[in-house]
Ligand binder design. Structure first.
Ligand SMILES: Nc1ncnc2c1ncn2[C@@H]1O[C@H](COP(=O)(O)OP(=O)(O)OP(=O)(O)O)[C@@H](O)[C@H]1O
Length: 807
């Protein structure tokens, strides 16, 4: 080996060290009451007596579990006397390593052993490495010693400049185990020894860091608990003081018990409520639970558990009420009357509500805004002598809106159904579920599913609101629903409903409604007497036709209100004598020019269809029927490219209609003598204003085909013609929906000729006679018939010949 130690032999008494290790350089006190220790020291003293130099020498050998280590330390007995506790003791200093050899007993009681002195080998590493190692150890030791506040020791360690000595000094570290210290003793190479010491010190420091963090955390936790406890104590004290000031603190909970006991509650509800009162009595006033319980009890106590109103109607009386509240709508009123009659008969015989799929337990009023759906609901309640509540469902996406939040939620509320019952103050009101077509569903559950349960007669006598948690009997409630768009009603809901359609009013009907209902109501609102201001029929007609254009009468009512306010203001300012009969010609002075002049009444050059490539279509939107214009243009052959471009927010179905129109003209255009070559080479652009309104559906097919044919032929589309119908690839015109609404819209817009699919002819029965009287309706089965009808003859200079149509 490179550093085989030079050695010399010596024979010395063994001083066994149990659980302790003395490294060279260490000075330790030893207790001489221990027999073995005393024997060794005495043997050493005896052997030394007489010699003038040196000190008595012993061999300090660690003993772990009764076994001696292989290496010990030569120790000198520095001093013998009394230890601080008064026992006899000796101070021993470690000197150098000794490898233990064989042993014998005697002289004296001690064990004598032959040992070999281990010389420390010189370090093999470069001096720089050794210096770095020493520096690192010193730094670590310093930080550890500082933490313990051992400042004097820091200096001593810093001053050690011998490598082996520095390593041996770590034998003082209290955190080292006996085994670790024995290892230090047995490691003769000083570099290896210091590396060991450094590693162990580093580990210990890291452990300490973790322990420190944990200790801190624990301490902080304790402090928080203590503070909370203290605050609670103070709170309790403050509460007590307050209670003494205000009298008996238990009054409030007593009050709830009395209220529950005296309230007219169904047995099950009373039980549940009393349970909550008990919880309330047990909880402290300040706990959040207490306030939840109080809110819940308030809700339960406010519900009209055993209150029902008496139905006062006979069917004839109910019909009279409906007639009095609304003009026209005879089929709707008839339907409602039938519903009431059946309901009444079944009630008289003690039978329940008719239920099940398509059972018609719920009447759904479907139609555009302002046609009187909500007010019909109110009329139904009035006709039956019941309370009326409206539940707005538009935009409801959260199931909890219908069924309530669980009480564990912060700020939990009962759902809208429970709130409606509370608002009605009776268990059998008429509840209008407004805008069922606008409930959506998302991750918060499906409100439609909850509604289904509400509407199902088989389930709704035990309706459970998440918040209320007690069952509520909804079987006596009359549910009505309203919707703008039939298609948007969730399918399962639709299944439970009996549909009643309100498609909108004709101008004549609007005039009657305005005269009999809107005007009297608005007169009263404006503080005017019926004999002070009147609007003649011609004025009302112009309001309905030119100042407003809608399926319902909401804007008409607003406009009437505006006129009456103007008149009232002028009168107050002294500018207007009363009575005043407002005629059609006075309107302009009062509310300005009309916004909706019919196309046909426009200057011919101003009309939408003044150029080839624009056709008038008919559509149904959420606001009722409407006319729309479809525009077509050909792209520049140089830059425009080919293909079909569509704009105006068209849905997929409408886009397909455009493709079909294009394909039809490409394949059949030649036989219609259209220059279809253009279609093949140049791109086509179709646009449907208003660009910002989304549109969809197949019924614009004929209109798109007509617009394209008009563009290619250069023949304009007749301004007085509007059309609707789906087109197949072969040019057949297929049936569509919403004929009544579309015809009403055409009539409103001043159109006189309407093209509809032949297979929709039966729908004309629903259209009011006064509309059919003025409209020239053409049922067609082939798109060529449409073109023949709708396109104006070619300009004189192009050609005078008739457009050849193969019908
Ligand atoms: N046939 C009618 N006779 C008398 N008044 C009517 C008639 N139709 C509608 N009205 C009146 O028009 C106004 C608008 O009606 P309502 O608010 O009920 O419309 P709606 O169809 O419920 O609309 P929305 O879908 O926007 O709720 C109400 O004041 C209503 O009384």
């Amino acid at each position: 080996m490179a550093f085989e130690p030079k050695s010399s032999n010596l024979t010395l008494p063994v001083l066994p060290l149990d659980g302790e290790v003395v490294l060279p350089g260490m000075v330790v006190p030893l207790d001489l009451t221990d027999g073995e220790v005393r024997a060794a020291v005495e043997a050493a003293q005896a052997a030394h007596s007489g010699s003038a130099t040196g000190k008595p020498r012993v061999l300090l050998v660690p003993r772990v579990d009764g076994k001696y280590a292989a290496v010990g330390a030569l120790g000198t007995v520095e001093q013998v006397g009394r230890l601080s506790d008064g026992d006899p003791g000796a101070v021993i200093k470690g000197r150098s390593r000794v490898r233990i050899g064989s042993g014998t007993t005697g002289p004296g009681a001690a064990l004598w052993v032959e040992g070999t002195l281990v010389e420390e080998p010189a370090p093999q590493e470069a001096p720089g490495t050794v210096a770095d190692l020493m520096k690192e150890y010193k730094a670590l030791a310093t930080s550890w010693l500082r933490k313990r506040g051992a400042w004097q020791v820091v200096d001593r360690v810093q001053q050690i400049d011998d490598l082996g000595q520095l390593a041996d000094n770590s034998g003082y570290s209290p955190f080292l185990s006996v085994e670790q210290r024995v290892e230090l003793l047995e490691t003769a190479d000083p570099v290896a020894r210091l590396k060991l010491a450094t590693q162990w010190l580093r580990d210990h420091l890291a452990e300490q860091d973790v322990a420190e963090t944990i200790r801190k955390d624990v301490q902080e936790g304790m402090e928080k608990q203590q503070r909370e406890f203290l605050l609670r104590q103070q709170l309790e004290a403050v509460r007590k003081e307050l209670a003494e000031l205000n009298g008996d603190p238990d009054n409030e909970t007593d009050d709830y018990r009395a209220r529950v006991e005296s309230a007219d509650l169904p047995e099950k509800v009373r039980e549940a409520a009393l349970k909550e009162v008990e919880k309330l009595e047990r909880s402290s006033d300040a706990s959040p639970e207490g306030s939840w319980i109080r809110t819940w009890l308030d809700t339960v106590l406010e519900l009209p558990w055993n209150t029902t109103t008496e139905d006062t109607y006979d069917v004839a009386g109910a019909r009279a009420v409906l007639d009095a509240d609304h003009s026209g709508l005879s089929d709707v009123k008839e339907r409602i009357t039938e519903y009431l009659a059946v309901r009444k008969r079944r009630a008289d015989r003690g039978l329940g509500v008719v239920g099940g799929r398509r059972g018609g337990a719920v009447l759904a009023l479907v139609g555009p805004p302002g046609v009187g759906k909500t007010s019909l609901g109110e009329s139904v309640a009035r006709a039956m002598g019941r309370k009326f509540v409206r539940v707005a469902l538009g935009g409801v996406r959260d199931e909890a809106e219908i069924r309530g939040h669980r009480r564990t939620y912060v700020g939990a509320l009962p759902g809208r159904i429970v709130r409606a019952i509370k608002e009605a103050g009776s268990m059998n009101p008429v509840v209008l579920l407004d805008e069922v077509d606008k409930v959506g569903s998302d991750y918060r559950g499906d409100p439609a599913a909850a509604l289904l349960e509400v509407l199902d007669p088989a389930q709704n006598h035990t309706f459970r609101d998440h918040y209320l948690e007690v069952e509520l009997d909804l079987s006596d409630v009359v549910f009505l629903a309203t919707a703008n768009v039939l298609e948007a009603i969730p399918e399962p809901l639709l299944d439970r409903m009996e549909l009643v359609r309100l498609d909108g009013y004709t101008e004549d009907e609007k005039v009657v409604i305005a005269r009999d209902h809107l005007l009297p109501r608005q007169l009263e609102r404006a503080g005017l007497a019926a004999d002070e201001v009147s609007l003649d029929e011609e004025a009302l007609r112009r309001l309905a036709g030119e100042y407003t254009r809608e399926a319902g009468v909401r804007n008409l009512e607003r406009t009437v209100a505006r006129i009456l306010r103007k008149v009232a203001a002028r009168h107050e300012l002294g500018d207007q004598e009363l009575p005043f009969a407002v005629g059609a010609d006075d309107l302009r002075a009062l509310i300005g020019r009309p916004h909706h002049v019919p196309e046909a009444a426009q200057d011919p050059e101003e009309r939408r269809t003044a150029v080839p490539g624009v056709a008038t279509g008919l559509a149904v939107t959420g606001a009722g029927g409407d006319v729309l214009y479809i525009e077509a243009s050909l792209a520049d052959p140089e830059t425009g490219g080919s293909g079909l471009q569509l704009t105006g927010q068209l849905g997929d179905v409408m886009k397909e209609s455009a493709q079909i129109a294009l394909s039809f003209l490409r394949s059949r255009g030649a036989e219609l003598e259209l220059p279809v070559g253009d279609l093949k080479e140049r791109g086509v652009h179709l646009h449907v204003p208003a660009g910002a309104v989304p549109k969809d559906g197949p019924s614009a097919g004929v209109t798109m085909t007509t617009a394209l044919a008009s563009l290619l032929s250069g023949r304009r589309v007749r301004t007085d013609v509007a059309m609707t119908g789906e087109v197949s690839l072969t040019g057949r015109v297929l049936p569509i929906g919403g004929v009544k609404q579309k015809l009403l819209a055409a009539h409103r817009a001043g159109i006189t000729t309407v093209v509809i699919p032949k297979r929709n002819e039966a729908d004309l029965d629903d259209v009011p006679a006064e509309v059919l009287d003025v409209l020239d309706v053409h049922p067609v089965s082939d798109v060529r018939q449409v073109l023949k009808l709708a396109l104006e003859p070619a300009e004189a200079d192009t050609s005078a010949e008739e457009f050849p149509i193969a019908a």
